[in-house]
Design a protein around this ligand. Structure first.
Ligand code: 3HC
Length: 697
């Protein structure tokens, strides 16, 4: 038997242990071990009941994702699970940590499931562009009913053990030691017959047959949420078969759909996203054992929207934080907004009132700097103005303790210049949060030229602690995200002058999978933001931004003023196309001598995406990003790039870099030197390589 699965006996109970760190994924060896173990237990006449448990931090967390794409490797997981379900002896799954995907499917094949209260159970396959492929779509609805099963399978969100118990997914929630409880449970039910096998359950199937509206409603909801992704629809199809066809036919259809899904570009993209996020945490010259500085207390300077959001994020993670602004009234306003935000979460039922109080108590408002000398971390979130930031950092240098981390939340300014305003530039780093900071998952961690490894390691650790995806980037204007955003948004503006309308550009981008197009996003963020930044520059670039700048000059800032690229009625967020804006666009185009033409959706998509990808290649070559997958992680977590496309660089790889280059060169011939291809793109396209392969090589 394989070392990853072992079998032992305690009296009449056989215990099968899986031990495949870190997450007990169902590698080929584990599947073979599970099969051998159940065969052995079945054949042993002393064994009256069987417990399946896992060593380490979790129950089985799913199939081994790194094996996908290698073709089927025997034994098939479905066959392994079938042998557990078919066992004549009761099998009890003892769950701790996370029973996910194939892990939960194994548990569903067992006759009973018990779990510790902290356990989570779910079928997250949809998040990898897949569907549960080892019976999950057939067994789960038969156990918990179709409505809840559809929700779990199509969202991929896990549930806690308590909820699983109330749904009948878990038979018992265990208080004390899991294995002892599992053995006790197995002894109690050892003689129970017939054994509860999910494949034989009919109650929920009959109920679903009588309620076709349930499925139709789910279909509507899922299709709307899918935004072009195929996996949620495949999940639906598999569950539909569970209602309409016998169990074994359902299993075969599920297997067919799973094979299609594994082979799809969408799943390859989402698996890339999964590993990309984890790769981002690894910094080649900052080993995992680099000492970190403890962060027990923090101070945030600037109680505006960003500062307040950052304070919430820290407080949510248990860090005591002082929120500082120069006037009491500013601090009071900041705290009010924080209370409102927490209150809204409580109203939605996502946070208890008492937990809200605990978090609020961690935030100390202040209009002085008394807390700074003891703070482990200081994050500056003041106005984006270099003079102001330099002055602030010089003052911080004077009062903060020697090993404090001094962080700036700048979104575009030179972190090295800010660092040089102190006598300890090695302690200075950029922590670029995205608005709203308490919602967006991305944290760009900006490493200055001399930022110490300890400070980098501490910032990466902090990102994890505050539940953000930390991506290390280098210093340049706009870092990774905003630098590429600038190219993308600028191209969208050009398209308006050349013949497109805001609603056409946004339609194309949302059809690609973004939640919002660039015009609607601009209206949401405020057209005035970019306008002010452009005005403040020594050499303002005016032409491409003509429409945005004119709207801002006229006071049409977007949603907050009720008009921008679109109109908004009475505080509504629903954009309504605005004929006045169309007139304005035509007028500005004429003034600039641009002849408007009909622009295809295809051109809009290529122009917007390839502009950002070409810039991404430059960023990669300049080593501002460590790897192309880091750029993808930034765009998916900070800018709403559709995860099922894998991020801009992965998307470029799927298009083919030669094709991307050809199109970039064609745009260059028509639109000038803004389209000069990145040398890296030219090289990789010439060598027939991808951005992804570059990361590996
Ligand atoms: N396969 C292969 N490797 C996996 C894995 C999996 N299913 N799950 C996690 N890992 C790896 C990670 O890549 C990481 O590797 P690294 O240390 O080299 O970077 C390591 O395990 C630890 O993972 P995390 O950093 O994510 O650890 P956390 O403790 O933060 O999270 C977790 C643990 C909640 C289990 C999280 O890893 C997770 O969500 N994993 C994926 C679960 C999943 O999607 N399961 C379904 C798989 S598809 C399936 O089962 C198909 C079936 O229906 C046939």
């Amino acid at each position: 038997m394989s070392q990853t699965v072992t079998f032992e006996k305690r009296g009449s109970i056989g215990i099968i242990h899986v031990d495949n760190p870190p997450v007990n994924a169902l590698s080929r060896a584990v599947r073979q071990g599970l099969l051998d173990a159940i065969r052995g237990a079945d054949a042993d006449s002393d064994v009256k009941a069987i417990v399946l448990a896992c060593r380490g931090r979790t129950f089985i967390a799913g199939a081994d994702i790194s094996e996908f794409g290698q073709g089927p490797l025997e034994p098939d997981l479905g066959a392994v699970i079938a042998s557990y379900e078919a066992s004549e002896k009761p099998v009890v799954a003892a769950i701790h940590g996370t029973a996910l995907g194939g892990g939960l499917e194994v548990a569903l094949g067992c006759h009973y499931r018990i779990a510790v209260a902290t356990a989570k159970l779910g079928l997250p396959e949809v998040k990898l562009g897949l569907l549960p492929g080892a019976g999950g779509t057939q067994r789960l609805p038969r156990i918990i009913g179709f409505e809840k099963a559809l929700s779990l399978i199509t969202t991929g969100e896990p549930i806690a053990a308590g909820e699983a118990k109330s749904l009948g997914l878990v038979d018992e929630v265990v208080d004390g030691e899991l294995e002892a409880a599992a053995i006790g449970f197995a002894e109690r039910i050892a003689a129970t017959r017939p054994l509860p096998r999910a494949r034989d359950f009919t109650t929920h199937v009959e109920a679903a047959k009588k309620n076709p509206e349930l499925f139709e409603k789910a279909k509507k909801d899922v299709t709307a949420r899918a935004r072009g992704a195929g996996a949620p629809l495949r999940c639906l199809e598999a569950v539909r078969v569970a209602i309409e066809r016998p169990f074994d036919e359902g299993l075969s259809r599920e297997r067919e759909l799973f094979a299609e899904a594994v082979a799809s570009t969408e799943s390859a993209a989402l698996r890339h996203v999964f590993f990309a996020e984890r790769a981002a945490a690894k910094i080649p010259d900052v080993p995992a054992d680099t000492p970190t500085l403890p962060i027990r207390s923090a101070a945030v300077i600037g109680a505006g929207t960003m500062g307040g959001g950052i304070a919430m994020v820290l407080a949510n993670a248990g860090i005591a934080v002082t929120l500082i602004d120069r006037e009491q009234s500013f601090v009071d306003k900041g705290v009010e907004i924080i209370k409102k935000n927490y209150g809204a979460t409580v109203k939605k039922g996502k946070l208890s009132q008492s937990e809200m109080e605990v978090r609020l108590a961690r935030i100390t408002p202040s209009s002085n700097w008394d807390a700074l000398p003891t703070a482990d971390l200081v994050i500056e979130a003041v106005f984006e103005e270099m003079g102001l930031k330099k002055e602030l950092f010089t003052r911080l240098d004077g009062v903060c303790k020697k090993d404090a981390i001094l962080a700036t939340n700048t979104s575009s300014l030179d972190v090295d210049v800010i660092a040089r305003a102190t006598s300890r530039p090695e302690q200075v780093i950029g922590l670029h949060f995205f608005s709203p900071a308490n919602v967006m998952r991305l944290l760009e961690i900006v490493r200055g030229k001399v930022t110490s490894k300890e400070v980098v390691a501490s910032a990466m650790k902090l990102a994890k602690q505050i539940n953000k995806v930390g991506v290390l980037v280098g210093v340049c204007e706009g870092f990774v995200g905003n630098r590429m955003l600038h190219k993308y948004a600028h191209e969208a503006q050009h398209l308006l002058l050349e013949g497109a309308l805001p609603q056409q550009v946004d339609r194309v981008i949302t059809a690609f999978g973004f939640a919002m197009g660039p015009m609607a996003t601009s209206d949401l963020a405020g057209i005035d933001v970019g306008w002010r930044i452009r005005k403040a520059k020594a050499k303002p670039e005016r032409y491409g931004w003509g429409v945005a700048d004119r709207l801002a000059e006229m006071g049409h800032f977007g949603q907050k003023t009720g008009s921008g690229f679109y109109k908004y009625e009475d505080g509504s967020r629903v954009p309504i196309p605005n004929p006045e804006v169309e007139k304005l666009i035509v007028e500005i185009a004429q003034k600039n001598g641009v002849e408007r033409r009909s622009i295809s959706d295809h051109e809009i998509l290529d122009r917007c995406l390839f502009a950002m990808i070409n810039e991404g290649a430059k960023i990669l070559e300049e080593k501002i990003a460590l790897r192309s997958s880091d750029i993808d992680t930034v765009w998916i977590n900070g800018y709403g790039f559709p995860a099922h496309r894998g991020g801009p660089m992965f998307y470029a790889d799927t298009v083919g870099l030669a094709k991307v280059l050809g199109t970039v060169q064609e745009f260059g011939r028509k639109h000038g030197k803004a389209w000069s291809p990145a040398p890296l793109l030219v090289r990789l396209a010439g060598e027939g390589k991808t951005f992804g392969a570059l990361a590996e090589g």
